[in-house]
Design a protein around this ligand. Structure first.
Ligand code: UD1
Length: 432
């Protein structure tokens, strides 16, 4: 059954919302559990489609998986891994599936898998993953659309990443954990999710230092034990809720955050006129303003402004009283939400990797279709403040990265409900 979100805009938000564990930390951590010789327990893993996909991948490889989605806790046991060939359909479903490559090479010395899929936000190659692994002694070949990697034993190496790719840094950390000797990753990604992955592996006996900086050093160990580890709060989910208050001019408290991880967003939000009170280290009180100043925005690797909040921030800019540039430097095709925003009355023009946003003060409800995960969130935020009713389809994107999104927005006072898709019902009835 196809569903759509029906949102009646204009309701102010109030109250508080608790942020869940980080999707982008949970996914590599689940992949990393493949490296362990004893059971691992991973806590604070939100109930998301992407999490289910990653669990299906490691299960298909022979790991035992026990997921209590209500308790948001996963127990894995990868002692009896049997396969180094993850199923193609799961690989194509989500780009993060490619994160099993490093662990499989470390465990088996070989792996065969298809190129990853995921959100349609650019070409997203994996050359940096492969180059780094080649430096560690892996030989890759390609046949029938699959990549096969082989090595007699992973060797520590000195790797310089041409670009601080998050996924490449993670794959290399995981491969290096069980490699012979030491590995240095220069120009590594320094996102908080990398620090969390290293924390997880170190808690099971890995020797990783420098995670969170541009230079990560990993000393290979013979084997890892087990561990119990809680994933960090999701900075992108936190940012999305903070922006929901900014967009609607509301006052809410966002709990269970690590405000240090949100610095680039908070700085930009303050520039637009939003009041932010970092009440303590784990909660942020935000008071949106009716008058929103427009600012320029440029996405960058951490600690720059996160590309995963660019679409949601663009909704705020679309409502401002001025004009600003949004420059996307991380992905080349991340403006797919613009069509929907324009349908709702926004004035946004895309020129290559830059969008020119002319604030319009208010938006109006319209039927719109989400085409990627964070773009879907941007449309929901727009709908919360738009005049009239907005119907949003393409919800499978939203489900990949937000758990209980509409329920939690409803508990903040939003008028938002899930309905079966009327258009589809009509088509089925008329036999189309
Ligand atoms: C991760 C996040 C994603 C976020 C992104 C950037 C997860 C599961 N996903 O994605 O939500 O938007 O970081 O913060 O954590 N690139 C190459 N060659 C490579 C690898 C990457 O050219 O081998 C390019 C990509 O095409 C892209 C840029 O580098 O333009 C950033 O990609 P990367 O940092 O690897 O992002 P992901 O790990 O895919």
């Amino acid at each position: 059954m196809n569903y759509e979100l029906v949102i009646e805009g204009g309701q102010p938000l109030h109250g508080s919302v608790k942020i869940k564990g980080a999707k982008n930390a949970g996914l590599p951590i689940i992949a990393a559990s493949l490296l362990m010789d004893e059971p691992a327990v991973i806590e604070e893993v939100p109930d998301l489609m992407d999490v289910k996909t990653m669990l299906a991948v490691i299960k298909a490889l022979g790991a035992e998986v026990n997921y209590n989605s209500q308790a948001e806790m996963i127990a894995t046991n990868a002692i009896n891994l049997q396969s180094a060939e993850p199923p193609e359909d799961l690989m194509r479903k989500m780009r993060a599936s490619f994160l099993v490559l490093g662990p499989l090479l470390a465990r088996f010395g070989h792996a065969r898998l298809s190129l990853p899929g995921g959100c349609a936000i650019g070409t997203r190659p994996v050359d940096l993953h492969l180059k780094g692994l080649e430096a560690m002694g892996v030989e890759f070949s390609y046949a029938s659309g699959l990549i096969e990697g082989k090595t007699s034993r992973l060797q520590g190496a000195s790797v310089y990443l041409d670009y601080p790719s998050v996924g490449a840094t993670e794959n290399l950390i995981m491969a290096a954990t069980l490699a012979k000797g030491s590995t240095t990753i220069e120009n590594a990604a320094s996102e908080p999710e990398i620090v969390d992955l290293a924390g997880f592996l170190n808690s099971a006996g890995a020797r990783i230092s420098g995670a969170g900086t541009k230079r990560i050093r990993i000393t290979g160990v013979a084997q890892l034990g087990g561990t119990r580890y809680a994933v960090i709060p999701d900075r992108i989910e936190a940012g999305t809720f903070l922006l929901s208050a900014a967009v609607t001019g509301s006052e809410i408290t966002v709990k269970n955050v690590l405000s240090d991880h949100l610095k680039p967003l908070l700085a930009k939000m303050r520039e637009t006129g939003v009041e932010i009170d970092e009440t303590d280290l784990s909660a942020i009180r935000i008071k949106g303003s009716k008058e929103k100043k427009c600012v320029d925005l440029k996405t960058q690797p951490y600690p720059g402004f996160p590309t995963d909040l660019q679409p949601q921030f663009m909704t705020l800019l679309a409502l401002s009283g001025g004009s600003g540039f949004v420059t996307e430097t991380v992905f080349e095709n991340r403006f797919r939400h613009v069509d929907g925003l324009v349908r709702m009355g926004a004035d946004i023009k895309v020129e290559g990797s830059r969008a020119v946003v002319q604030g319009v003060g208010k938006l109006s409800g319209a039927p719109v279709e989400a085409s990627d995960l964070r773009g879907a969130a941007a449309l929901v935020l727009a709908a919360l403040t738009a005049e009239g009713i907005t119907r949003i389809t393409g919800l499978e994107h939203l489900r990949r990265g937000y758990s209980g999104f509409e329920e939690r927005l409803r508990s903040l006072g939003a008028s938002i409900k899930l309905e079966s898709n009327a258009q589809l019902r009509r088509e089925i009835a008329s036999g189309e």
